[in-house]
Design a protein around this ligand. Structure first.
Ligand code: ADP
Ligand code: MG
Length: 301
Protein backbone atom coordinates (compact mmCIF):
# COMPACT_ATOMS: atom_id res chain seq x y z
CA UNK A 1 0.00 0.00 0.00
CA UNK A 2 0.96 3.65 -0.30
CA UNK A 3 0.61 5.41 3.01
CA UNK A 4 1.18 9.05 3.95
CA UNK A 5 1.93 10.15 7.48
CA UNK A 6 0.74 13.73 7.88
CA UNK A 7 3.30 15.17 10.23
CA UNK A 8 5.31 18.36 10.36
CA UNK A 9 8.39 16.69 11.72
CA UNK A 10 9.75 13.38 10.37
CA UNK A 11 12.15 13.19 13.33
CA UNK A 12 9.45 12.91 15.99
CA UNK A 13 9.37 9.54 17.74
CA UNK A 14 5.76 8.77 16.74
CA UNK A 15 6.34 9.72 13.11
CA UNK A 16 9.54 7.69 12.90
CA UNK A 17 7.88 4.65 14.44
CA UNK A 18 4.93 4.76 12.05
CA UNK A 19 7.26 5.06 9.04
CA UNK A 20 9.42 2.22 10.32
CA UNK A 21 6.42 -0.06 11.04
CA UNK A 22 4.88 0.61 7.61
CA UNK A 23 8.18 -0.12 5.78
CA UNK A 24 8.70 -3.28 7.79
CA UNK A 25 5.34 -4.52 6.57
CA UNK A 26 6.24 -3.81 2.96
CA UNK A 27 4.39 -0.55 2.41
CA UNK A 28 5.56 2.56 0.64
CA UNK A 29 5.38 5.44 3.07
CA UNK A 30 5.94 9.15 2.89
CA UNK A 31 5.91 11.89 5.52
CA UNK A 32 3.95 14.94 4.41
CA UNK A 33 3.88 18.33 6.10
CA UNK A 34 0.24 19.47 6.02
CA UNK A 35 1.28 23.10 6.10
CA UNK A 36 2.97 22.64 2.73
CA UNK A 37 -0.11 21.04 1.18
CA UNK A 38 -2.33 23.29 -0.87
CA UNK A 39 -5.64 22.54 -2.46
CA UNK A 40 -7.60 23.11 -5.59
CA UNK A 41 -11.21 23.15 -4.48
CA UNK A 42 -12.72 25.07 -7.34
CA UNK A 43 -13.36 22.11 -9.61
CA UNK A 44 -15.28 18.90 -9.20
CA UNK A 45 -12.05 17.04 -9.04
CA UNK A 46 -10.48 17.59 -5.61
CA UNK A 47 -6.68 17.60 -5.59
CA UNK A 48 -3.85 18.34 -3.22
CA UNK A 49 -0.54 19.79 -4.30
CA UNK A 50 2.68 19.52 -2.38
CA UNK A 51 5.83 21.51 -3.03
CA UNK A 52 4.95 21.88 -6.71
CA UNK A 53 3.61 18.43 -7.54
CA UNK A 54 0.18 16.85 -7.29
CA UNK A 55 -0.27 14.24 -4.58
CA UNK A 56 -2.01 11.13 -5.81
CA UNK A 57 -2.12 7.39 -5.47
CA UNK A 58 -2.29 7.15 -1.68
CA UNK A 59 -4.34 4.32 -0.18
CA UNK A 60 -4.34 5.72 3.32
CA UNK A 61 -3.24 8.65 5.43
CA UNK A 62 -2.29 8.75 9.10
CA UNK A 63 -3.07 12.26 10.34
CA UNK A 64 -0.83 13.50 13.14
CA UNK A 65 -2.23 17.00 13.33
CA UNK A 66 -0.69 19.26 15.98
CA UNK A 67 -3.06 21.30 18.12
CA UNK A 68 -1.74 24.58 16.73
CA UNK A 69 -2.67 23.63 13.15
CA UNK A 70 -6.05 21.99 13.71
CA UNK A 71 -7.95 24.26 11.34
CA UNK A 72 -5.65 23.87 8.34
CA UNK A 73 -4.75 20.28 9.16
CA UNK A 74 -8.35 19.05 9.30
CA UNK A 75 -9.09 20.88 6.02
CA UNK A 76 -6.30 18.90 4.34
CA UNK A 77 -7.56 15.63 5.86
CA UNK A 78 -11.04 16.50 4.56
CA UNK A 79 -9.61 17.08 1.10
CA UNK A 80 -7.98 13.62 1.19
CA UNK A 81 -11.35 12.16 2.20
CA UNK A 82 -12.97 13.94 -0.76
CA UNK A 83 -10.34 12.23 -2.92
CA UNK A 84 -11.60 8.92 -1.42
CA UNK A 85 -8.36 8.29 0.44
CA UNK A 86 -8.86 6.32 3.67
CA UNK A 87 -7.92 8.31 6.76
CA UNK A 88 -7.12 6.49 9.98
CA UNK A 89 -8.97 9.27 11.79
CA UNK A 90 -11.50 11.36 9.90
CA UNK A 91 -11.40 15.14 9.87
CA UNK A 92 -14.72 15.52 11.66
CA UNK A 93 -13.64 13.21 14.46
CA UNK A 94 -10.34 15.07 14.90
CA UNK A 95 -12.19 18.38 15.15
CA UNK A 96 -14.60 16.93 17.73
CA UNK A 97 -11.77 15.70 19.91
CA UNK A 98 -9.80 18.95 19.69
CA UNK A 99 -12.58 21.05 21.11
CA UNK A 100 -12.88 19.89 24.72
CA UNK A 101 -16.37 21.34 25.12
CA UNK A 102 -17.73 19.67 21.98
CA UNK A 103 -16.09 16.43 23.04
CA UNK A 104 -17.65 16.58 26.52
CA UNK A 105 -21.08 17.34 25.07
CA UNK A 106 -20.88 14.30 22.80
CA UNK A 107 -19.71 12.05 25.64
CA UNK A 108 -22.43 13.31 27.96
CA UNK A 109 -25.09 12.54 25.37
CA UNK A 110 -24.04 8.89 25.54
CA UNK A 111 -23.99 8.83 29.31
CA UNK A 112 -20.23 8.24 29.49
CA UNK A 113 -18.70 9.07 32.89
CA UNK A 114 -17.06 12.49 33.13
CA UNK A 115 -16.29 15.16 35.72
CA UNK A 116 -19.12 17.69 36.25
CA UNK A 117 -18.24 20.30 33.64
CA UNK A 118 -19.50 23.83 33.10
CA UNK A 119 -19.09 26.44 30.42
CA UNK A 120 -20.16 30.07 30.46
CA UNK A 121 -19.60 33.20 28.48
CA UNK A 122 -20.46 36.02 30.82
CA UNK A 123 -18.45 36.88 33.95
CA UNK A 124 -21.81 37.50 35.66
CA UNK A 125 -22.46 33.77 35.58
CA UNK A 126 -19.20 32.62 37.17
CA UNK A 127 -20.65 32.39 40.64
CA UNK A 128 -23.52 30.14 39.66
CA UNK A 129 -21.33 28.08 37.35
CA UNK A 130 -18.92 27.33 40.22
CA UNK A 131 -21.87 26.26 42.30
CA UNK A 132 -23.18 24.02 39.51
CA UNK A 133 -19.96 22.01 39.25
CA UNK A 134 -19.85 21.48 42.99
CA UNK A 135 -17.83 24.50 44.11
CA UNK A 136 -14.05 24.79 44.60
CA UNK A 137 -11.62 23.19 44.25
CA UNK A 138 -12.22 23.26 40.49
CA UNK A 139 -10.12 22.71 37.42
CA UNK A 140 -10.16 25.45 34.79
CA UNK A 141 -9.16 24.54 31.25
CA UNK A 142 -8.61 26.26 27.97
CA UNK A 143 -10.86 24.59 25.39
CA UNK A 144 -8.01 23.88 23.01
CA UNK A 145 -5.12 23.36 25.41
CA UNK A 146 -2.79 20.36 25.19
CA UNK A 147 0.09 18.82 27.08
CA UNK A 148 -1.25 20.17 30.36
CA UNK A 149 -0.71 23.79 29.35
CA UNK A 150 -3.88 25.73 29.99
CA UNK A 151 -5.02 23.52 32.89
CA UNK A 152 -5.20 25.23 36.28
CA UNK A 153 -6.35 23.96 39.66
CA UNK A 154 -8.14 26.67 41.66
CA UNK A 155 -8.49 25.61 45.27
CA UNK A 156 -10.60 28.47 46.60
CA UNK A 157 -13.54 30.48 45.34
CA UNK A 158 -11.40 33.62 45.18
CA UNK A 159 -8.71 31.86 43.14
CA UNK A 160 -11.30 30.34 40.80
CA UNK A 161 -13.04 33.67 40.24
CA UNK A 162 -9.87 35.55 39.48
CA UNK A 163 -8.49 32.90 37.11
CA UNK A 164 -11.82 32.64 35.26
CA UNK A 165 -12.07 36.43 35.09
CA UNK A 166 -8.53 36.68 33.72
CA UNK A 167 -9.18 34.09 31.00
CA UNK A 168 -12.47 35.76 30.07
CA UNK A 169 -10.78 39.15 29.82
CA UNK A 170 -8.37 37.60 27.33
CA UNK A 171 -11.35 36.25 25.35
CA UNK A 172 -10.10 32.71 25.95
CA UNK A 173 -12.71 29.97 25.92
CA UNK A 174 -12.56 27.91 29.08
CA UNK A 175 -14.43 25.19 30.84
CA UNK A 176 -14.76 24.75 34.57
CA UNK A 177 -14.63 21.25 35.93
CA UNK A 178 -15.10 19.32 39.13
CA UNK A 179 -11.66 18.43 40.53
CA UNK A 180 -11.33 14.65 40.93
CA UNK A 181 -9.19 14.73 44.04
CA UNK A 182 -9.21 11.00 44.66
CA UNK A 183 -7.33 10.43 41.39
CA UNK A 184 -4.33 11.79 43.33
CA UNK A 185 -2.64 13.33 40.31
CA UNK A 186 -2.78 10.13 38.24
CA UNK A 187 -4.69 9.31 35.11
CA UNK A 188 -5.01 6.29 32.85
CA UNK A 189 -4.17 6.64 29.18
CA UNK A 190 -5.99 3.95 27.19
CA UNK A 191 -4.69 3.54 23.68
CA UNK A 192 -7.51 2.52 21.38
CA UNK A 193 -6.91 1.00 17.93
CA UNK A 194 -10.07 0.00 16.07
CA UNK A 195 -12.51 -1.24 18.66
CA UNK A 196 -9.95 -2.45 21.19
CA UNK A 197 -7.87 -0.98 23.99
CA UNK A 198 -4.47 -2.28 22.89
CA UNK A 199 -2.40 -0.75 25.70
CA UNK A 200 -2.87 1.23 28.87
CA UNK A 201 -0.55 3.14 31.15
CA UNK A 202 -0.91 5.05 34.35
CA UNK A 203 0.63 8.50 34.38
CA UNK A 204 1.54 10.04 37.71
CA UNK A 205 2.06 13.74 38.18
CA UNK A 206 5.38 14.97 39.47
CA UNK A 207 5.55 15.98 43.14
CA UNK A 208 3.43 19.07 43.85
CA UNK A 209 1.71 18.94 40.45
CA UNK A 210 -1.85 17.85 39.57
CA UNK A 211 -1.30 17.42 35.85
CA UNK A 212 -0.05 13.98 34.97
CA UNK A 213 1.06 14.86 31.41
CA UNK A 214 4.46 13.42 30.54
CA UNK A 215 5.30 16.85 29.10
CA UNK A 216 4.77 18.26 32.60
CA UNK A 217 7.18 15.82 34.21
CA UNK A 218 4.73 12.98 34.86
CA UNK A 219 5.96 9.39 34.88
CA UNK A 220 4.35 6.42 33.17
CA UNK A 221 3.97 2.79 34.07
CA UNK A 222 2.06 -0.23 32.90
CA UNK A 223 -1.36 -0.59 34.48
CA UNK A 224 -4.08 -3.21 34.44
CA UNK A 225 -7.41 -1.62 33.68
CA UNK A 226 -10.83 -2.79 34.85
CA UNK A 227 -13.54 -4.00 32.47
CA UNK A 228 -15.49 -0.78 33.21
CA UNK A 229 -12.47 1.33 32.24
CA UNK A 230 -12.01 -0.68 29.05
CA UNK A 231 -15.68 -0.27 28.12
CA UNK A 232 -15.58 3.45 28.87
CA UNK A 233 -12.51 3.99 26.68
CA UNK A 234 -13.98 2.10 23.73
CA UNK A 235 -17.33 3.87 23.97
CA UNK A 236 -15.62 7.25 24.18
CA UNK A 237 -13.54 6.52 21.07
CA UNK A 238 -16.60 5.33 19.16
CA UNK A 239 -18.67 8.33 20.26
CA UNK A 240 -16.09 10.76 18.92
CA UNK A 241 -15.58 8.54 15.87
CA UNK A 242 -11.84 8.02 16.23
CA UNK A 243 -10.25 4.74 15.13
CA UNK A 244 -6.94 5.49 16.80
CA UNK A 245 -6.84 7.62 19.92
CA UNK A 246 -5.73 8.00 23.50
CA UNK A 247 -8.61 8.12 25.97
CA UNK A 248 -7.63 9.70 29.29
CA UNK A 249 -9.54 8.46 32.29
CA UNK A 250 -9.48 9.43 35.95
CA UNK A 251 -10.33 6.91 38.66
CA UNK A 252 -13.14 8.66 40.51
CA UNK A 253 -15.01 7.18 43.49
CA UNK A 254 -18.05 6.79 41.26
CA UNK A 255 -16.11 4.93 38.54
CA UNK A 256 -14.08 5.88 35.45
CA UNK A 257 -14.48 9.45 34.18
CA UNK A 258 -13.15 10.59 30.81
CA UNK A 259 -11.29 13.90 30.76
CA UNK A 260 -9.95 13.90 27.25
CA UNK A 261 -9.83 12.02 23.96
CA UNK A 262 -6.61 12.62 22.07
CA UNK A 263 -6.69 12.14 18.29
CA UNK A 264 -2.88 12.11 17.85
CA UNK A 265 -1.68 10.17 20.88
CA UNK A 266 2.07 10.16 21.36
CA UNK A 267 3.59 6.70 20.93
CA UNK A 268 6.81 7.04 22.89
CA UNK A 269 5.37 6.99 26.43
CA UNK A 270 2.93 4.18 25.82
CA UNK A 271 5.34 1.98 23.82
CA UNK A 272 8.03 2.37 26.45
CA UNK A 273 5.69 1.80 29.40
CA UNK A 274 4.00 -1.26 27.91
CA UNK A 275 6.67 -2.68 25.57
CA UNK A 276 4.02 -2.98 22.86
CA UNK A 277 4.45 -2.23 19.18
CA UNK A 278 1.59 0.23 18.78
CA UNK A 279 2.90 1.56 15.46
CA UNK A 280 2.59 -1.91 13.97
CA UNK A 281 -0.97 -2.25 15.26
CA UNK A 282 -1.92 1.03 13.58
CA UNK A 283 -0.45 -0.17 10.28
CA UNK A 284 -2.31 -3.49 10.63
CA UNK A 285 -5.51 -1.55 11.25
CA UNK A 286 -4.93 0.21 7.92
CA UNK A 287 -4.25 -3.08 6.15
CA UNK A 288 -7.55 -4.46 7.41
CA UNK A 289 -9.70 -1.39 6.87
CA UNK A 290 -8.37 0.92 4.16
CA UNK A 291 -10.47 0.81 1.00
CA UNK A 292 -10.99 3.67 -1.44
CA UNK A 293 -13.90 5.83 -0.34
CA UNK A 294 -14.33 3.88 2.88
CA UNK A 295 -14.82 6.96 4.99
CA UNK A 296 -18.00 7.60 6.87
CA UNK A 297 -18.21 11.23 5.92
CA UNK A 298 -16.41 11.35 2.54
CA UNK A 299 -15.16 14.79 3.42
CA UNK A 300 -18.53 16.12 4.48
CA UNK A 301 -19.15 17.97 7.70
P1 ADP B 1 -4.43 18.53 28.26
O1 ADP B 1 -5.17 18.47 26.96
O2 ADP B 1 -3.67 19.79 28.40
O3 ADP B 1 -3.64 17.28 28.50
P2 ADP B 1 -6.28 17.50 30.27
O4 ADP B 1 -7.72 17.79 30.35
O5 ADP B 1 -5.90 16.15 29.79
O6 ADP B 1 -5.58 18.62 29.37
O7 ADP B 1 -5.64 17.77 31.70
C1 ADP B 1 -4.25 17.61 31.97
C2 ADP B 1 -4.02 16.83 33.26
O8 ADP B 1 -4.61 17.51 34.39
C3 ADP B 1 -4.70 15.47 33.25
O9 ADP B 1 -3.88 14.50 32.65
C4 ADP B 1 -4.94 15.20 34.73
O10 ADP B 1 -3.77 14.67 35.33
C5 ADP B 1 -5.21 16.59 35.29
N1 ADP B 1 -6.67 16.85 35.31
C6 ADP B 1 -7.40 17.33 34.30
N2 ADP B 1 -8.70 17.45 34.62
C7 ADP B 1 -8.81 17.03 35.89
C8 ADP B 1 -9.92 16.93 36.82
N3 ADP B 1 -11.16 17.30 36.47
N4 ADP B 1 -9.65 16.45 38.07
C9 ADP B 1 -8.39 16.10 38.42
N5 ADP B 1 -7.31 16.18 37.61
C10 ADP B 1 -7.51 16.65 36.36
MG1 MG C 1 -4.43 15.34 28.52
Amino acid sequence: MRIAVLSRNPKLYSTRRLVEAARKRGHEVRVINVLRCYMDITSNNPTIHYKGTELSGFDAIIPRIGASVTFYGTAIVRQFEMMKVFSVNESVAIARARDKLRCMQLLSRRGIGMPATGFAHSPDDIDDLLHEVGGPPVVIKLLEGTQGLGVVLAETKQAAESVIQAFMDLDANILVQEFIKEAKGADIRCLVVGDRVVAAMERRAAQGEVRSNLHRGGSAQLVKITPAERRTAIRAAQTIGLNVCGVDILRAHRGPVVIEVNSSPGLRGIEQATGKDIAKMIIEFIENNARPGRTRTRGRG
